[in-house]
Design a protein around this ligand. Structure first.
Ligand code: BDR
Ligand code: CA
Length: 310
């Protein structure tokens, strides 16, 4: 399977890059501002690729959301976006500063292409504005983002959607069906000290980085959430693409709230019976595949094994 990963590394994005390159043909990485600014996310993507010895182009994308100013996730991800990992000097550079053009061109020129977005959806929305037919050229479009239950950055909003709700609204509406790997499932797949220790023992640069970022994330979670195991949201989303049989999903209308004072960035899933929706509407909300459940142990093991393979 050919995969392009749109990301904002980001602690769990870093692990996701390693996992994606292990289980798919990772043909390109595009970056977006999100967890940290675009300079950092782009540099971090290059760092991960370098430490893992990946020959994959990195294209710089949007530095701010469609509306408003960039958000800041450094409270969780650290100032650099990769916790307190010691980062090497780069021996490579970005392939272009036009991720949107890369996405549009690649969608048309590469067969069996899956696009997985694990950051704010700015690049994907801009690509859809440039090429309204984009979705037709993709074998699949999956996002890590949203929630059909609780949020994480607000009571109802998940970070990636909240960081650019206008972009998310475009993507859910114009690129349906989107596979939504949201907090409903990603919060279930947690790693703890045991998994970090296994990564650390591998002793390779890539596994060391994964151990560093999971350690850092655990520290932050202890501080803010009071738990010592952490979800690797983005890595779980990769496995949902590469090992879909391990996941349960169902199709429902999903709309993104862009206006609400309290609910901005919420993914509003319509879980009513289809006949009822048909009878009383609203009729025009695009449907998405919401991923609900998975074989947690299998996914966790696939993530750790991918890291150990470097
Ligand atoms: C998502 O938000 C980011 O902080 C993570 O990298 C992940 O993509 C989880 O809500
Ligand atoms: Ca991310």
């Amino acid at each position: 399977m050919n995969l392009v990963l749109d990301c904002d590394p980001g602690l769990d994005d870093a692990v996701a890059i390693l996992v994606a390159a292990r289980y798919a043909d990772l043909i390109g990485i595009t970056t977006v501002a999100g967890n940290v600014g675009i300079n950092r996310t782009t540099r971090n993507a290059l760092v991960v690729a370098q430490l893992a010895g990946l020959d994959v182009p990195v294209h710089r994308g949007a530095g701010k959301p469609l509306a408003g100013e960039p958000v800041d996730g450094s409270r969780i991800h650290g100032e650099t976006g990769l916790g307190n990992a010691v980062l090497p000097d780069l021996d490579r550079s970005e392939a272009s500063d036009d991720a949107v053009a890369y996405l549009c061109d690649t969608a048309r020129s590469v067969d069996d292409l899956h696009l997985l977005a694990i950051g704010p959806l700015t690049n994907v929305a801009l690509a859809l504005q440039r090429d309204p037919d984009l979705r037709r050229h993709l074998a699949g479009l999956t996002i890590m983002g949203g929630s059909a239950s609780a949020g994480n950055i607000t009571s109802v909003a998940e970070f990636n959607i909240w960081a650019d709700p206008e972009a998310a609204a475009i993507v859910f509406e114009k690129a349906a069906p989107v596979t939504m790997v949201g907090l409903d499932v990603t919060n279930q797949v947690v790693v703890g000290a045991e998994e970090t220790a296994r990564m650390r023992a591998a002793g390779t640069p890539a596994a060391d980085l994964a151990a560093d970022v999971t350690d850092f994330l655990r520290d932050r979670f202890r501080q803010y959430v009071g738990q010592s195991v952490v979800p690797l949201h983005d890595a779980t989303a990769v496995i949902a693409v590469t090992h879909p049989h391990l996941f349960e999903r169902s199709r429902h209308p999903v709309a993104v709230e862009v206006g609400g004072e309290i609910t901005r960035g919420m993914t509003v899933a319509d879980l009513r019976p289809p006949a009822l929706i048909e009878a009383i509407g609203p009729a025009r909300v695009a449907a998405s595949d919401i991923v609900w459940d998975t074989d947690v142990d299998a996914v966790r093991e696939l993530i750790v094994e991918a890291v150990l393979a470097y």
